[in-house]
Design a protein around this ligand. Sequence first.
Ligand SMILES: Cc1cc2nc3c(=O)[nH]c(=O)nc-3n(C[C@H](O)[C@H](O)[C@H](O)COP(=O)(O)OP(=O)(O)OC[C@H]3O[C@@H](n4cnc5c(N)ncnc54)[C@H](O)[C@@H]3O)c2cc1C
Length: 354
Amino acid sequence: MTPDFLIIGAGATGLATALELADAGADVAVIERGQAGQESTWAGGGILSPLPPWAYGDAVNALSDYSRALFPDWCADLRARSGVDVELRHTGMLILPPHDTTTATTWCEAHGWRWTTRDSGDFLPGAGREALWLPDVDQARNPRLVRALRGAALARGIRLLESTEARALRVDGDRVTGVDTDGGPLAAAACIVAAGAWSGILPGLDGFGRRIWPVRGQMLLFQCAPDTLATVILENGRYLIPRADGHILAGSTLEDVGFDKSVTTEARASLLDFAHRLLPALGPDNLTGQWSGLRPGSPDNIPAIGRHPRLANLYLNSGHFRYGVTMAPGSARLLRALIENAPPPIAPEPYRPE
Ligand SMILES: Cc1cc2nc3c(=O)[nH]c(=O)nc-3n(C[C@H](O)[C@H](O)[C@H](O)COP(=O)(O)OP(=O)(O)OC[C@H]3O[C@@H](n4cnc5c(N)ncnc54)[C@H](O)[C@@H]3O)c2cc1C
């Protein structure tokens, strides 16, 4: 049966979009080159906030704020459908100096974000420093989010075709008719490109305006006692993220190396140094993992969400760069509204693909 929507890419963006459209009554299929969610979505840190929000423009914060607010209900719904707890946690985020306190606090006051100053010694050992505390920053646990999204999609009757690679869009005039895959052609009434960092290189997708490119990020994982760290720590763009079971992530790098997903000894040394300096409990002895992921980079971190400028039944939901987990439910809702010609939940103009 020809689906109403064929979505290319089963990361957080593609699966959130699939669920949104299936809940609206559409017949949805998703094709995924590998296994669902194993690329950037699995690799990310799951901090639900720009780092920090005042470093970004209104377009990033409008979508991020809208989407963050959806998380409690979204995660509860995913759990009910899949049985998987995403581990949405209200751990807050402590921002260590250097930062411009006036800019930060002025921004927080203007945008309704709660803040206070805290002594870093409240969370980290050693001499305390005055730091900025954002109590309302949440986090989700990425591998669990992947399992929850995949389980929810299957439970909803979405056809998930894993190990299926889109090779090219099939285009006839101003419409797409489907996708050529490594398993043969698939027809579709409409297509949605949610292929993350690979969205810009799909043959047939030329000329949608926004550039999307891969930005490698490397992470380290440590195993500690569960109460080692109580909050996310951010310092100069790098962070520590404590999970409920005592795992702590240290990240991340921002590297322009194309589609190369290797991990490097330089990144390991640099992240290890950062982590150990902030929290001496983190060292080579309890380092249990290193990995990398390719973020879908986009100018100013602004994703492309909406109809393709030339192809009437082709849509994009991609280019979420550093905040694709944060923005997943909000981007899916926004795209659904645009497809249905319903009033959009936030102003859609900044995200228009053209
Ligand atoms: C180290 C790191 C840390 C991060 N930290 C955070 C954070 O703290 N908070 C946050 O909000 N975000 C974070 N991010 C960013 C976030 O993870 C991404 O923005 C988000 O996962 C993008 O989701 P996506 O579904 O668009 O892309 P992906 O998860 O990459 O999914 C795209 C999917 O499309 C598939 N695909 C590609 N091409 C094809 C094809 N031709 N045919 C079929 N399938 C195809 C891929 O296999 C992949 O599964 C981080 C990312 C990294 C790498």
